[in-house]
Design a protein around this ligand. Structure first.
Ligand code: 13P
Length: 287
């Protein structure tokens, strides 16, 4: 069932668990995430970055693929199809293409411009029934060639953006996309608490879910995080399983070169990663 992410995240915040956003890269990825969510009776968010959209031949292709899968796989759990770190123009394209949720990443603009553009998108998303995520304080690491420095968001700016009528807020608390360096000081719970105090009931989003220790994840959820984004960890699991298959020479045995066989271990590895995260986030059985 394709739905906006608003209701599932409000429920998660109330129930003190988080819904995973798993970024998708192709058909196998999408199928693995959807089947796992259905099996575990968990709500789920499919994340699509602008780069991944280019790779998957655009938002329309993706929306059609996801809608087809929901029907053909008989997926009954709530699923949101969400643009990840969208530009203003990207958000408009996703509204057109039939996405159910978008993130506008205006964190690299001066706060006034972030506010102005977010305000426009609030109006459009409300009209069309999509949920809207906004970002304050850029998330560290590299994603699609954009390098953020891993800021801690200003709680007053968070409040200003939260009050615009968005549905959930991504706020930098020292989190980073991709692998965390050995000297990473950890999440800034001080910042998270200060933001939570300002924004009240607004569900908060934790980007860079890969490699954050379980105890920090749980603490973040207890402080109002209701959506956690995971991308790199599925990629690493997929790559390791595919490498193992090739290194064992399985592609050279029988019809092991058949993509349906070659990509199967990677697809299973994604399922296992998604399952592990859903269990950690507490979303199992919440659909
Ligand atoms: P990771 O790749 O670190 O899991 O981050 C994913 C993310 O935050 C997507 O927006």
């Amino acid at each position: 069932m394709l739905v906006s992410a608003k209701e599932m995240l409000n429920k998660a915040r109330e129930g003190k668990y988080a819904v995973g956003q798993f970024n998708i890269n192709n058909l196998e990825w999408t199928k693995s995430v959807l089947l796992t969510a259905q099996e575990l009776k968990s709500p789920v968010i499919l994340g699509v970055s602008e780069g991944a959209s280019k790779y998957m031949v655009g938002y329309k292709t993706i929306a059609a693929m996801v809608k087809g899968m929901l029907e053909e796989l008989e997926i009954t759990v709530p699923v949101a199809l969400h643009l990840d770190h969208g530009s203003y123009g990207g958000c408009l394209k996703c509204v057109e293409a039939g996405f159910s949720s978008v993130m506008f990443d205006g964190s690299h603009y001066p706060i006034e411009e972030n506010v102005a553009k977010t305000t426009e998108l609030v109006k459009i998303c409300k009209e069309k029934g999509l949920s809207l995520e906004a970002e304050v304080g850029s998330i560290g690491g590299e994603e699609d060639g954009v390098i953020g420095m891993g800021e801690c968001a200003d709680p007053n700016e968070c409040k200003a953006v939260a009050d615009l009528g968005i549905d959930f807020l991504a706020a930098g608390i020292g989190n980073i996309h991709g692998k965390y360096p050995a000297n990473w000081p950890g999440l800034s719970f001080e910042t998270l608490e200060a933001i939570k105090e300002k924004v009240g009931d607004m569900p908060l989003v934790l980007h860079g879910g890969t490699g954050i220790p379980a105890d920090m994840i749980k603490r973040a959820i207890s402080l109002g995080v209701a959506k956690i984004n995971v991308n790199t960890e599925c990629q690493l699991a997929f790559a390791a399983a595919t490498r193992e298959y090739i290194e064992a020479g399985k592609d050279q045995q029988g019809k092991g070169y058949d993509p349906r066989k070659l990509l199967a271990p990677g697809a299973e590895a994604i399922k296992a990663t998604v399952k592990e995260k859903m269990e950690l986030f507490g979303s199992v059985g919440k659909a």
